[in-house]
Ligand binder design. Structure first.
Ligand code: PLP
Length: 445
């Protein structure tokens, strides 16, 4: 067991195993950064990413045989952990019936009904293949419905990589210091207005000025892509009131928070009803599936009912739908949310204790089963305060944990996630690893 044998380790940089390093060499020749999504390349923390051989419960094994307790959980998608037996069985059976038809199925109707019953604000919805596709489509629908062009988003929020939304974006864009991506024409980004998160006054002022040109306001109702940042109630309320007043569409991007915070989303926890909602990650049960939807009168703008075009060869894919539907049913049946929150609070309290013990200033933002430990002494309430974090310290902490078989997201500006498979026993070992990692951070300075 790696966790118990690593206390004597002191080196700060982990050496990835031989097989991972060899694969990374080959990968870098063919794929930019050797990866298919930027943060996976470990650039923010240095070192070589491990290549995964398999996952089970809360663990990943790399190709060199090392085991890691996984707090990435495929960026929040795997709330049931890796290879949940019921999901695996359902998917196996689905594959036997054929993998894609390009024609409607009963399963799609059942998943749509399951989503709608958890998100009553999604009176109509569409299944798509990724969160990016969901937000991109929702935005197009909002524009088609309102006949307006401008979009308001908030600094540090990430809504996938569609052109109009890659302006001051979070996630990898923040990690790599390219919040405004190259390749997005200025005429596009001029349509996107970016405001600070949690600043109701700035938002109110902007809506008073350009409210009648705004097609949509899109927000992560709990931000997860600059690290976890909680919304102020009056901020979310201002979004609701002003969009209603000016006839703009309020889009909640709940790609992370949907079925993560509760069996529903942030809109239930904070009691605010958006006009449209985007879902992804958990709703696909570990497969490429996402959804967007909202008010019936808005969604009726989508073809073939209306003039807004949106389509997909693999949309509503039967295998992905099976994984998503099975996952949602398990969540509805087992109601794991209170227990997930208890465990997350226990772990994050342990991180805070460890940080205090070694005099390392840390701010922990947490809600339900997602959290970020920011290496800063000031509260983190928006992008500017998140960016004050000591990313070098974070990198040392990250590697000290990785050496002990604990895998945090490889960036300060990402959320860590628990799954139902993160048992008390494993968490107790992780807490000890966190303590050792804080000690190493303190001793290396
Ligand atoms: C992950 C994410 C997306 C993009 O989803 P992909 O499936 O990666 O395209 C959009 N919005 C939020 C809030 C996300 O966290």
């Amino acid at each position: 067991m790696r966790l118990s044998t690593t206390l004597k380790l002191r080196a700060v940089m982990v050496m990835a195993g031989e097989k991972s390093r060899a694969l990374f060499e080959r990968a870098q020749r063919l794929m930019p950064g050797g990866v298919n999504s930027p943060v996976r390349a470990f650039r923010a923390v240095g070192g070589t990413p491990f290549f995964v051989a398999r996952g089970e419960d809360c663990f990943l094994w790399d190709v060199d045989g090392n085991r890691y307790v996984d707090f990435v959980c495929s960026w929040g998608a795997l709330i049931l952990g890796h290879a949940h037996p019921e999901v695996v069985a359902a998917v196996k059976a689905a594959v036997e019936r054929g993998t894609t038809y390009g024609a409607p199925t009963e399963l799609e109707v059942r998943l749509a009904e399951q989503i709608q019953s958890a998100f009553p604000t999604m009176e109509m919805l569409r299944l798509v293949n990724s969160g990016t596709e969901a937000t991109m489509s929702a935005l197009r629908v909002a524009r088609g419905y309102t006949g307006r062009g401008k979009v308001i988003k908030f600094e540090g929020c990430y809504h996938g990589h569609a052109d109009y939304l890659l302006v001051k974006a979070g996630s990898g864009a923040t990690t790599f210091g390219i919040p405004d991506s190259a390749g997005v024409p200025e005429s596009f980004s001029q349509e996107t207005v970016v405001l600070p998160y949690n600043d109701a006054e700035a938002f109110n002022r902007m809506m008073d000025t350009i409210g009648d040109q705004v097609a949509a306001v899109i927000v992560e109702p709990v931000a997860g892509n600059m690290g976890v940042v909680l919304p102020q109630q009056k901020f979310l309320q201002a979004l609701r009131e002003q969009t209603r007043k000016h006839g703009a569409v309020l889009i909640f991007d709940e790609v992370i928070t949907g079925f993560r915070l509760t069996y529903g989303g942030a809109q239930h926890l904070f009691g605010i009803e958006p006009d449209m909602t985007c879902l992804g990650k958990i709703v696909g049960g570990g497969f490429p599936l996402a959804a967007y939807g909202g008010r019936r009168d808005i969604m009726q703008a989508v073809a073939p009912l209306g003039p807004v075009y949106q389509a997909g060869t693999l949309s509503g894919n039967p295998v992905a739908v099976t994984a998503g539907l099975t996952t949602l049913r398990i969540l509805e049946r087992d109601k794991p949310y209170a227990e997930l929150e208890r465990r997350t609070n226990w772990l994050t309290d342990a991180i805070a204790d460890a940080a205090r013990a070694f005099n390392i200033p840390v701010q922990i933002n947490r809600i339900a089963s997602m959290f970020t430990a920011f290496f800063t002494d000031q509260p983190v309430t928006d992008y500017a305060s998140a960016k004050r974090s000591d990313t070098k310290r974070f990198a040392r902490f990250f590697h000290a944990l990785l050496q002990q078989g604990v895998f945090l997201p490889p960036s300060q500006f990402e959320a860590a996630f628990l799954s139902v498979a993160h048992s008390d026993e494993v968490l107790a070992q992780v807490a000890e690893a966190m303590r050792q990692a804080m000690r190493q951070v303190a001793e290396s300075e």
